[in-house]
Design a protein around this ligand. Structure first.
Ligand code: ARG
Length: 466
């Protein structure tokens, strides 16, 4: 009878160990939350100082606690600290070691606190630090793009829609599009920092505490603007982690689009850019190849980052207030997304800085595919007063003729063009050259080199203040 079997036999199979061991394995987080050791110790020291100042523990005990915690910090950093799965998580590991080191006084540290507000404050501190790292990395990437944009404000390339050459643009203008995208990421990470800048410490298990603690003091000591205003929300909120992941996913998605462009641009068929040796690899069998592996990995790693956002959203969607152990699943998503994003940003900044731009190949491609057809239509509107729709029609006929003759639009003779519309004059050729087409697009945010330079100046000034 199955009810006579031990639970051990019931689980059978790969679970050779008993229920206690399985419980330990599913429950323990020390393998990953040890990453929070510095934040945990910082939070505990701030908490102990506040307990002493409010008279809840003695100054002598606080001194012992702080000394013990600083010893533990050194042990962890020296790699001599012994982490134990039996002690579940970073909080218990540190506290148990503190008891070893200082004895009974260690037991006073957890007064007016719970692991629920402890883990919330630790992770918030970690995510906030990471947000500052991401902001710095984004500034580096934006600076690299500004430099390339300045260098190539007038370098003509095809602009694409539907992946088909549409109208000529400049490479500088294209670079500035990425400046806009990554600047939005930068502002998103700053907004997130603003909102997460509140301390949950002192929310205790969920209801606050009967001890006369000073949450404003601990908030300030830990560099938060103020304490969170609701203890239930304090222990159950993970919006800061979700916002970080959302920002990371959007940023990774931007990086992936850029990676995709770099991969296309660096094919022999396009030849718009050449990646430096440091950001590409050769093939073990095909000697002619130079593969854009770093860009491909940026594109590939985006899947992980985006997945982590969906992962944590899914954990949180079922959480009634307040804390549940489900929330322990927040950390690996955050840590892996952070590590991945940091690496992606660094690799992309390096690629953008180092890649060689082939202006001649870009210009050649910009002139192909009748890319100045819109300019021709605009010329007909401006100089002959045709309604745009009719001009579009006339231009279509010119394109068909060029196709028949297997030449570019600008290579048609004046007679050819006049056979399509008698009003056309020599003047038309000034707009059919890509350089002139680009130069004429001076509308705000347009691709004219003069406008691109204006936008570069704007962003340089704005980022200097950032
Ligand atoms: N390791 C836990 C976590 O990361 C710490 C909080 C545990 N609190 C509790 N009531 N079991 O979420």
């Amino acid at each position: 009878m199955s009810d006579k079997k031990t639970s051990n036999q019931m689980w059978g199979g790969r679970f050779a160990s008993g229920p206690a061991a399985i419980m330990e394995a599913i429950n323990a987080s020390i393998s990953f939350d040890r990453k929070l050791y510095a934040q945990d110790i910082r939070g505990s020291i701030a908490h102990s100082e506040m307990l002493a100042e409010t008279g809840i523990i003695s100054a002598a005990d606080q001194q012992k606690i702080a000394d013990g915690l600083n010893t533990i910090l050194k042990e962890i950093e020296a790699g001599t600290f012994e982490f134990s799965t039996r002690l579940e998580d970073i909080h218990m590991n540190v506290e148990a070691r503190l008891a070893d080191l200082i004895g009974a006084a260690a037991g006073r540290l957890h007064t007016a606190r719970s692991r629920n507000d402890q883990v919330a404050v630790d992770l918030r501190l970690w995510v906030k630090d990471e947000c500052f790292r991401v902001a710095e990395a984004l500034k580096g990437l934006i600076a690299a793009f500004l430099e390339r944009a300045e260098e190539h404000a007038a370098t003509v390339m095809p602009g694409f829609t539907h992946m088909q050459a549409a109208q000529p643009v400049t490479f500088g203008h294209h670079c500035m599009a990425y400046v806009e995208m990554f600047s939005r990421d930068l502002s998103r990470v700053r907004d997130a920092i603003e909102r997460m800048d509140e301390s949950p410490l002192g929310a205790a298990a969920l209801a606050g505490t009967s001890f006369a603690i000073d949450r404003h003091q601990t908030a300030k000591a830990l560099g938060f603007r103020e304490p969170m205003r609701n203890s239930l929300d304090g222990v159950s909120d993970r919006d800061f982690a979700l916002e970080f992941l959302a920002m990371a996913a959007i940023c990774a998605t931007h990086l992936s689009r850029l990676a995709e462009e770099i991969i296309i641009w660096s094919t022999p068929q396009f030849g718009f850019v050449r990646l430096s040796d440091s950001f590409s690899t050769g093939s073990s069998i095909m000697p002619q190849k130079k593969n854009p592996d770093a860009a491909e990995l940026v594109r590939g790693k985006t899947g992980r980052v985006n997945g982590h956002l969906v992962g944590l959203l899914t954990v949180m969607k079922g959480m009634p207030l307040t804390y549940g152990k489900d929330m322990q699943e927040d950390k690996e998503s955050v840590f892996d997304a952070a590590e991945t994003l940091d690496l992606m940003l660094a690799a992309m900044t390096g690629m953008v800085r180092d890649m060689t731009v082939n202006a001649a190949a870009m210009k050649k491609a910009a002139g192909s595919g009748h890319a100045t057809a819109t300019d021709l239509a605009d010329w007909l509107v401006r100089n002959l007063g045709l309604p745009f729709r009719e001009a579009h029609h006339v231009t279509g006929r010119a394109v068909a003729l060029a196709e028949d003759k297997k030449v570019g639009l600008e290579k048609l003779s004046l007679e050819d063009l006049q056979s399509i519309h008698p009003g056309i004059t020599q003047g038309i050729f000034s707009v059919l050259a890509v350089q002139n087409s680009v130069k004429s697009r001076t509308s705000f945010g347009g691709t004219a080199p003069s406008e691109v330079r204006k936008q570069i100046r704007y962003w340089k000034k704005r980022l200097a203040k950032a």
